[in-house]
Design a binder for this molecule. Structure first.
Ligand SMILES: Cc1ncc(COP(=O)(O)O)c(C=O)c1O
Length: 473
């Protein structure tokens, strides 16, 4: 292939390229259409070799490369597009977002800042999100890779609020030791955020839970009093809206009352649980009080099914949010007009300067599908978790690990090792459960966030689990 200056990287023949693109898009859509027939499958042993970018293999042109995307890449996905995938907390993806991703790649916008249309798409998306959150008008938000990254942004804002913006220059040396209050079962992203921020995960003070697996406010008060007595500064209380292991929700109003009284930042980890707000009663009430938080982290790539990756960080005070992150060297100085203008530069609200057009897939999903359909799907998942719990309860070889309150169902098995059973069900293509430990005992775990799942999938999966367990009996 020969090329000249300015043409080295684009297609040589646009007509051929267009044909190849159409074929590829047909393959993508065919795959999405048949998601129900395509459970997870193990990758071939020689896949790494097949995908190697050694000297011989590179520069083979779009025809060969796209063929390899279809044959060697697409079939070996995580499997979360399938309706009986319940493992971890994996969203199932949306066909309309294939279109959005294509447009985003075509535009190749940098959403760190400047004055262009993609910024308006993100602004509209975040306005919608903040509307769902119920946070005050003064709040602001930014899209992130996910809740883990959003947590770092949120706790950084909490730190600036506590110690002043000079901490950006002076760092944490010289600060007193801090404490972040979280209940057992809080997601590991909180510890990781504190590690990245230099406070260390030892700054987490684990607070007891009550009988409903919610943060116990009396224990929280004891923990805060004890820390203050030794000069430890409370940095934030973490309210969990949808715990990863049990799907339980803290009483956010009770925590918000406590935080208001004590002047402590309330951060809500609502990675998937945020979206209960869209569900019917009784599930919508699980997040009552979330709007009173100082910060919220949530994901679009979980219960909203937007393809990976996309999360969001919301902070109650736009000025504080801006002052925590803004940094504009000369070459990024704000201009009055032209591309260097614009009133909203997302680099002022987070850690990244260069940012992709993540907003487009979210905007497209909401614009095209509408809030009501998402609400119906989220409500269905909660009903399906209740159905799974009923089937487990009725089984002579399965036992519920806790009473299901939202979309997570965990259960113990009478015979066999849950990790082996989970692997067998994955390998047979029956269903993808993950595993965890509840009350010291290993169990199978299902997090229902999949808009393709039906009640029949739930029945079929529990039958498959029972058959697997009986084989060990
Ligand atoms: C409750 C909770 N918090 C945080 C996270 C981390 O989110 P992400 O994977 O988007 O970083 C998860 C992921 O499952 C979660 O369930």
């Amino acid at each position: 292939m020969t090329s000249s200056e300015g043409t080295h990287l684009d297609p040589n023949d646009w007509d051929d390229f267009s044909d190849e693109m159409h074929k590829l898009m047909d393959q993508c859509l065919a795959r999405m259409k048949s998601a129900k027939d395509l459970p997870w499958q193990p990758k071939p042993k020689d896949l790494a070799d097949r995908l190697s970018l050694d000297h011989e293999a590179v520069g083979s042109g779009p025809q060969q490369t796209f063929a390899q995307l279809t044959e060697d890449v697409m079939p070996y996905a995580t499997g979360n597009t399938h309706p009986r995938f319940y493992g971890w907390v994996h969203g199932a993806g949306l066909p309309v977002c294939v279109g959005a991703e294509m447009v985003a790649a075509t535009m190749n916008s940098n959403c760190g800042g400047r004055d262009h249309g993609a910024i308006e798409v993100e602004r509209a998306t975040l306005d919608w999100l903040l509307g769902v959150s119920g946070m005050p008008e003064s709040a602001s938000a930014i899209l992130t890779t996910g809740t883990s990254q959003a947590t770092i942004l949120a706790l950084s804002a909490a730190r600036n609020k506590q110690f002043g913006h000079d901490v950006r220059k002076t760092g944490i040396q010289g600060l007193p030791s801090v404490a972040v209050y979280a209940r057992a079962g809080t997601h590991s992203c909180i510890g990781k955020a504190l590690e990245a921020m230099g406070h260390g995960s030892d700054s987490i003070h684990i607070v007891d839970t009550d009988d409903d697996m919610r943060m116990d406010i009396a224990s929280l008060k004891r923990a805060v009093d004890a820390d203050r007595a030794i000069g430890r500064v409370p940095l934030a209380v973490i309210g969990t809206a949808g715990s990863v292991n049990t799907g339980s929700y803290d009483d956010l109003n009770a925590i918000a009352d406590f935080c208001a009284e004590q002047g402590i930042w309330l951060h809500v980890d609502a990675a998937f649980g945020f979206w209960a707000r869209l569900a019917d009663a009784p599930w919508a009430a699980l997040v009552d009080g979330m709007e009173r938080a100082n910060s919220i982290a949530c994901d679009f790539h979980k219960w909203m099914s937007v393809p990976y990756d996309c999360g969001a960080c919301m902070i109650y005070d736009r000025t504080l949010h801006f002052d925590t992150f803004t940094s504009r060297p000369n070459y990024l100085e704000q201009q009055e007009e032209g591309l260097g203008g614009g009133d909203l530069w997302f680099c002022d609200y987070g850690l990244e300067l260069s940012r992709g057009f993540r907003a487009l897939k979210v905007w497209t999903a909401i614009k095209s599908i509408g809030t009501e359909a998402f609400a119906a799907s989220i409500t269905d998942n909660c009903k399906q978790a209740a159905l799974m719990a009923e089937l487990v309860d009725a089984s002579d070889v399965l036992e519920l690990s806790f009473a299901v309150s939202s979309n997570v169902c965990c259960f113990y098995v009478a015979h066999g090792d849950v990790n082996k059973i989970a692997a067998e069900l994955q390998l047979s293509g029956d269903a993808v459960f993950s595993t965890t430990v509840i009350k010291g005992q290993a169990c199978l775990r299902a997090a229902l966030v999949n808009h393709r799942t039906t009640s029949e999938d739930i029945r079929q999966s529990i039958r498959a689990v029972e058959a697997a367990v009986r084989r060990y009996g």
